[in-house]
Design a protein around this ligand. Structure first.
Ligand code: ZN
Ligand code: ZN
Length: 365
């Protein structure tokens, strides 16, 4: 982080997001500030977390924040920085601070420095988080494995007449039963015309035969997320649904095959998008190809038609092309892929249902 602070001409960074605080300190608490300067770092946390900090980060300094002593946590944090001396520019995470917390920090800055030392500096630890180390990859694999196992088990109750919300409840129950702390985001079970909304909310719609059902879900496990989408069905599919599914699968496979270091994120997006456009569904692929996955289910790098990030070994990205036809049907297939020295591999191992198979469990045979 020291190098990034120098590049950004910052003397300190006040880290307020849960994920960045955990990434930089190892502290898993859900509140507190982590302060990092070019020479020292410190956690600021209230009494609920003091024991936890000592257990999780015994070598890290701790400002034991007390309402009665400090008045507010912003003052406790800025006082520590002010006492260090030589701190003139303090980065803050604009995306993770409320307006009210920002107001408090500004006021305390005026009191201590007689001016505003705060600079909005978003996305700095996120740069470090883009490439995962072996320990992180192991946790991501574990999260993906629990999702694979949960889906296989849940599919035993996937039959004609089940409602979207019933199947969703079964899937999330199985996730927790297989080791997830919780789902990594609101699960999507979108059947028939509901599948035309990429981020459909769960309904009580009864699932029938011959329609596509999009399952997009993930497991949150040891602080890391998984993310996978499978489109499944019961019975035989009509012509349109078959074409849509075949096109998405081809785009998905082509993009995964193109993953390797040195490729630009926009180039990868284009691999999938061109195939879908050639099949006549260009307008119906209404979102970007994918995103990074790690401590957050959506994080850097983003795979958009406009992003120029160069893929590097250790990056973990989703490949998730889709086709959405309003009022009719929708389809998306998603895997989370690790970029390696010479290509990539998927963390997810749930097989794809093949055209002609009457039930998604047939794909496991
Ligand atoms: Zn997803
Ligand atoms: Zn995703």
């Amino acid at each position: 982080m020291t190098e990034i602070l120098e590049q950004e001409n910052l003397d300190a960074l006040l880290v307020s997001s849960d994920e960045n605080r955990f990434y930089l300190s190892g502290f898993t608490g859900s509140a507190g500030y982590f302060l990092i300067t070019r020479t020292a770092s410190q956690l600021v946390a209230d009494g609920r977390y003091w024991n936890q900090v000592e257990e999780q980060c015994p070598d890290l300094g701790l400002v034991r924040f007390k309402l009665e002593t400090h008045g507010n946590i912003g003052r406790a944090a800025l006082t520590w920085l002010h006492q260090l001396g030589g701190i003139e520019r303090v980065g803050i995470e604009g995306r993770n601070l409320t307006v009210s917390d920002y107001g408090i920090l500004q006021k305390e800055s005026q009191t201590l420095w007689n001016r505003d030392v705060l600079v909005v500096a978003d996305g700095l630890p996120e740069r470090l988080r883009e490439c995962k180390d072996a320990e992180e990859l192991a946790r991501l694999q574990k999260a993906a494995d629990t999702a694979d196992e949960a889906l296989r088990e849940a599919l035993k109750s996937f039959r004609k007449g089940v409602r979207e919300n019933e199947f969703c409840a079964e899937l999330e129950f199985q996730l927790q039963k297989h080791g997830a702390r919780k789902p990594s985001f609101d699960s999507i079970v979108a059947s028939g015309p509901n599948g035309a909304r990429p981020h459909a909310t769960i309904s009580d719609r009864v699932i029938g035969e011959g329609e596509l059902i999009t399952l997009d879900f993930g497991s949150y496990c040891n602080s890391y997320c998984s993310d996978m989408t499978r489109t499944i069905w019961l019975g035989d599919l009509p012509e349109l649904e078959q074409t849509v599914y075949r096109t998405v699968r081809a785009a998905h496979a082509a993009a995964i095959a193109a993953v390797r270091p040195g490729v630009l994120t926009r180039e990868l997006d284009a691999v999938a998008r061109n195939l879908i456009t050639e099949a006549g569904f260009g307008e119906a692929f209404s979102h970007s190809l994918g995103h990074g996955v790690g401590l957050q289910v959506h994080e850097m790098p983003y795979l958009r038609s406009t992003t120029e990030t160069v893929l590097e070994p250790g990056m973990v990205i989703t490949i998730e092309p889709g086709i959405y036809l309003a009022g009719k049907t929708g389809c998306r297939v998603e895997d989370t892929v690790v970029v390696t020295a010479d290509g990539g591999y998927s963390l997810n191992h749930t097989p794809y249902q093949e055209l002609g198979q009457q039930h998604p469990l047939d794909a496991f045979a």
